[in-house]
Write a protein that binds this ligand. Structure first.
Ligand SMILES: Cc1cc2nc3c(=O)[nH]c(=O)nc-3n(C[C@H](O)[C@H](O)[C@H](O)COP(=O)(O)OP(=O)(O)OC[C@H]3O[C@@H](n4cnc5c(N)ncnc54)[C@H](O)[C@@H]3O)c2cc1C
Length: 424
């Protein structure tokens, strides 16, 4: 068989080694045609990872062009390792903001419950920092990398309706009724995935009882604030703020507040400043001062998640990112886990072809299921940890956090993981 690609970017796919009666035989492996549904952070990272393994990748994105909703994203060392592996680490460093400290503060008076130094503690422990970035900058970076990769094609304005998984080929059906078949299909189409029900997912996304107000404040209005990633925790609510954008152009503010139900069809809608401010009356003067500087538009996001699921795929179809493990944003890990998935998927499929694809996809799922379920569960648990009412339990929590007991090891299981070398 004549290979279409003799050498991949890594030089590992064109030629494959196999052992036959104690001798190594070199085979050419055929690149597989892989379709990815969704061109978000997960879908684009997967496209780059699969191309690195020598495959031909087509991404179908329903939006008309590069699009990212939401304002900021934190990228932790476990995901930054993948960006380095994809050759994007330096470019990411250019769009990333590195805070001096990561601080948890008490809602009423802004007193510090716990402060973690970025260089001396986070970078020193895990070799890479905890960065923040504008989501638009990150998706543009990934989009440029995808566009510069000859074996990846992106089709914008292509809405997928469903996927028909088969053992050796899976078909994608588009909203316009047309169909296309691939050796494998990856559903990276987010929390309201249309691929998920096609591989057996029957559950609905559940409303968490919290909404997130998201706002951006221009840097010139917040020059006096320290360059910190701050989590202000209080009864039923918490507020996360960090700088994002080239040259720290904006302060990104995410204010989480309770909401009984979410009835509108869309999961994001414009909110008002008055409503936002009214939810944080009595919080520290420092927070009031920041809220005074916020200008409309302010967006309200309904926060949904799902329970971890056992089955991510059928035959030559699988899921990735929020499509299979959507989580509350309370560990800032949703995108990071999607990026981790991408690296492990590419590694599992590096020498897979033909009927071996389904087996390689099950291997990917097995390598990712427990870890992502653990992060989903921990993110859910952080809601209770952050939102404790005033009282003894809250005082115990604060005493525990400020004592430094557990230190960096509390986050070690998340940040130390290396998707590029983890066993698969
Ligand atoms: C308030 C908030 C703060 C957050 N903060 C962080 C953070 O700091 N760090 C972090 O790591 N994560 C964070 N997250 C989580 C993160 O946003 C998600 O986990 C991440 O975006 C998931 O990426 P994804 O590519 O899997 O899905 P998505 O980003 O949802 O991308 C899915 C893509 O698929 C496309 N698509 C959907 N349906 C179709 C279809 N039928 N046909 C074709 N295309 C389709 C969509 O247009 C989209 O481009 C946060 C989330 C929220 C709500």
């Amino acid at each position: 068989m004549v290979p279409r690609t003799l050498m991949s970017a890594e030089g590992s796919r064109g030629m494959r080694l196999r052992r036959e009666s104690n001798r190594v035989v070199r085979d050419y492996c055929r690149p597989m045609r892989i379709g990815i549904v969704g061109g978000g952070i997960g879908g684009f990272s997967a496209a780059l990872s699969l191309a690195r393994s020598g495959h031909d990748v087509t991404v179908f994105e329903r939006a008309a062009g590069l699009s990212e909703v939401g304002a900021g994203v934190q990228i932790s060392p476990n995901a930054w390792r993948v960006l380095n592996w994809l050759g994007l680490g330096d470019e990411f460093a250019e769009i990333a903001v590195l805070p001096n400290r990561v601080v948890i503060r008490r809602w009423e008076d802004d007193s510090v419950i716990r402060a973690t130094d970025l260089d001396a503690e986070i970078t020193a422990t895990w070799g890479l920092p905890l960065a923040s970035a504008a989501r638009t900058d990150l998706i543009e970076l990934l989009g440029r990398a995808v566009a510069a990769t000859p074996s990846v094609n992106v089709h914008y304005g292509r809405r997928v309706a469903s996927v028909q998984p088969g053992d050796e080929q899976s078909a994608i059906t588009f909203a316009d009724g047309s169909q296309e078949s691939f050796d494998a299909v990856v559903g990276a189409d987010g929390i309201h995935s249309v691929v998920r029900p096609c591989v057996g997912g029957t559950d609905s996304a559940r409303f968490s009882g919290s909404v997130a107000y998201r706002a951006l404040v221009p840097r010139e209005l917040v020059e006096d604030l320290p360059v910190e990633t701050t989590n202000r925790v209080g009864p039923d609510c918490h507020v996360v703020s960090y700088f994002i954008g080239r040259n720290r152009s904006h302060l990104n503010l995410v204010c989480i507040s309770p909401e009984d139900t979410w009835t509108t069809e869309s999961w994001t809608e414009p909110g008002t400043l008055d409503d936002l401010r009214s939810r944080f009356v009595g919080w520290s003067p420092q927070l009031q001062s920041i809220l005074e500087r916020v200008q409309e538009p302010v967006f309200r996001w309904a926060l949904y998640d799902r329970e971890p699921i056992e089955q991510w795929g059928v035959g030559s179809t699988t899921l990735l990112g929020d499509a299979c493990h959507p989580m509350l944003p309370f560990m800032a890990q949703g995108s990071c886990q999607a990026i981790e998935d991408a690296a492990v998927l590419g590694r599992c499929l590096a020498d897979a072809e033909g009927p071996g694809m389904a087996h390689a996809l099950r291997r990917y799922e097995a390598a990712r299921r427990d870890r992502t379920a653990q992060v989903q569960t921990a993110s859910f648990g952080n809601r209770d940890l952050f939102h404790m009412p005033d009282g003894q339990m809250q005082r115990d929590r604060d005493a525990f956090l400020s004592s430094g007991v557990g230190g960096m090891s509390m986050l070690d299981w998340v940040y130390a993981y290396d998707p590029v070398t983890a066993s698969i």
